[in-house]
Design a protein around this ligand. Structure first.
Ligand SMILES: O=P(O)(O)OC[C@H]1O[C@H](OP(=O)(O)OP(=O)(O)O)[C@H](O)[C@@H]1O
Ligand SMILES: NC(=O)CC[C@H](N)C(=O)O
Ligand SMILES: [Mg+2]
Length: 501
């Protein structure tokens, strides 16, 4: 779940791209990049690190041009080397750059094809670089110096036939403009909007609507699954449905954890869906223990705060901020490596003892994945003097790997894999553990007026909507991407592409 952005403006777009990336930082903390285009020249800056650390004034000054794209990375394929920071670049045809949120499930096959049939060399292990090369190959087929919108849409249509998985993509074609497209199941999110200026209309494409808000762009709509969009460098906008939609199933985990609450995704307010998750969870608690003895509801900052508040309201129990979050520590779940994640939970959260002393506390988190957070938090609540520590999760138990853009490749790292709720409760040391039911979660996210009726819930039910995820593939990614393996892959690879200033 990286963050992507693309802008076609009337003046330099570097600052608006930067501002959008800052707002999308919660989608990827490992690397950041921007590439812009002016007078048929590309200007690139990318590196490992947070947005504020990657771009200094000297870099920003060089990122000139009225159109460009940007990316914040949370790796789900390849390595964490800075050579795999995005956007990626290929020089032929035209000069194309690309930024991708998601994960291709057929990358091995696609990678073989790009080498053996398309005669293209990919120097990293990133699925996004393979995707770029396949796209470039399809664009080259038109053999035209200047592409018409339909040439671009034809290339995207063929690309859809070659790629499988979850993907939301922005790409910049030198001398042309910006292209964006979304996978046929709409697993990964992507929206676009506009901003009227004195010089004319400007357009932005981004992972989440909050990126539009920050620079005064107005949301037009989400890209439909299987739809592509092309904005010329002069600001003419074209869209086309390139493949038929079999089933529209956006990733439900976006609503649970990934997205910012102030985003609207596929017509659904993330904030409202989280409130509803709290309401549904309260109903379940009251069903299971109508005479519960909970004294206080305490969220685990940050993401669970919205649902915890509504849960407390529905239970009629006090809501208290018992944990303070250090504002300088980012999201722990998307940090690379278990050691760093574990250490960061304690650095990030600290208990206010008086909210725990001699009380039966209900701790609320949005999800329990590896159990890194809840294990430590339950202990902190006990150390702070709680009588009983109950724990609930606004999402069901995460029991299966994700293959569409969230880095959960290894079942053995998931605390609930092959374990009952009672076993997980014992392991994290809580007196009572309550998971949201999947149907309740789906009901919480579904809203009237939205076209979304079903979701990709693979991490909860093991059903992979693309239909191509075999046990063999899952074994393969587990071997490739378990924590130990990722540690061994840390070596830097050389960057062979556009000059990166
Ligand atoms: O079971 P785990 O493997 O620990 O993963 C789940 C936890 O990780 C996330 O928090 P994170 O710190 O990433 O972000 P937040 O501040 O947005 O809650 C999520 O909100 C849970 O708290
Ligand atoms: N989280 C993502 O969207 C990752 C994009 C891409 N697969 C990468 O690893 O860089
Ligand atoms: Mg959290």
């Amino acid at each position: 779940m990286c963050g992507i952005v693309g802008i076609v403006g009337k003046t330099n777009v570097n600052q608006a791209l930067y501002d959008a990336l800052i707002v999308l930082q919660h989608r990827g903390q490992d690397a950041a990049g921007i590439v812009t285009c002016k007078d048929n020249k590309l200007f690139l800056r990318k590196d490992n690190g947070l947005v504020r650390d990657v771009f200094h004034t000297r870099h920003m000054q060089r990122l000139v041009g009225n159109y460009g794209i940007g990316h914040v990375r949370y790796p789900t394929a390849g390595s964490s080397s800075s050579a795999e920071a995005q956007p990626f670049y290929v020089n032929s045809p035209y000069g194309i750059t690309l930024a991708h949120n998601g994960n291709l499930t057929n990358v091995e096959q696609l990678s073989k094809e790009t080498y053996a049939s398309d005669l293209r060399h990919v120097n990293t292990t990133s699925d996004s670089e393979v995707l770029l090369n396949a796209f470039a190959h399809e664009l080259a087929k038109s053999k035209k110096l200047h592409l018409a919108p339909d040439d671009i849409f034809d290339a995207v249509t063929t690309l859809y036939r070659r790629c499988s998985g979850g993907f939301a993509v922005v790409s910049m074609i030198l001398g042309h403009g910006i292209v964006a497209f979304r996978d046929p199941h709409g697993i990964r999110p992507i929206v676009y909007g506009h901003r009227q200026t004195e010089l004319g209309m400007e357009y932005m494409v981004a992972s989440e609507s909050v990126a539009l808000n920050v620079s005064g762009f107005t949301l037009i709509r989400d890209l439909a699954p299987g739809e592509a969009l092309y904005i010329t460098e002069d600001g003419d906008l074209f869209t086309k449905q390139c493949v038929e939609v079999e089933k529209f199933t956006p990733c439900i985990f976006e609503y649970v954890y990934l997205a910012r609450p102030d985003s609207i995704m596929d017509g659904i307010s993330v904030y409202k869906s989280r409130l509803k998750m709290g309401e549904k969870l309260a109903e379940k608690i009251l069903r299971e223990r109508p005479n519960h003895d909970i004294d206080v509801v305490i969220p685990i900052p940050d993401t669970s705060r919205t649902s915890a508040l509504e849960l407390a309201n529905h239970l009629g129990v006090k809501f208290r901020e018992g944990f303070m979050k250090n504002r300088y520590i980012g999201r722990t779940f998307i940090m690379p490596g278990q050691a760093e994640r574990k250490k960061s939970v304690r650095q990030k959260l600290n208990a206010i003892d008086l909210e725990f002393k001699d009380k039966n506390v209900l701790l609320v988190d949005d999800s329990i994945v590896r159990g890194t957070t809840c294990k430590q938090i339950v202990q902190m609540a006990r150390d702070a003097g709680a009588k009983k520590v109950y724990f609930c999760s606004a999402a069901p138990a995460v029991r299966y790997p994700n293959v569409y853009g969230i880095d959960m490749p290894s079942v053995h790292e998931l605390i609930a894999h092959n374990r009952s709720t009672e076993e997980v409760a014992d392991l994290i040391g809580t007196d009572w553990l309550i998971y949201q039911d999947l149907e309740d979660l789906k009901d919480a996210v579904r809203f009237e007026g939205s076209e979304v009726h079903d979701f990709d819930c693979a991490v909860f039910d093991g059903h992979y909507v693309t239909g191509d995820v075999s046990a063999e593939y899952l074994n393969h990614i587990e071997e490739e991407r378990n924590d130990k393996m990722l540690n061994q892959k840390k070596a830097e690879t050389a960057i062979i592409e556009l000059h990166n200033n």
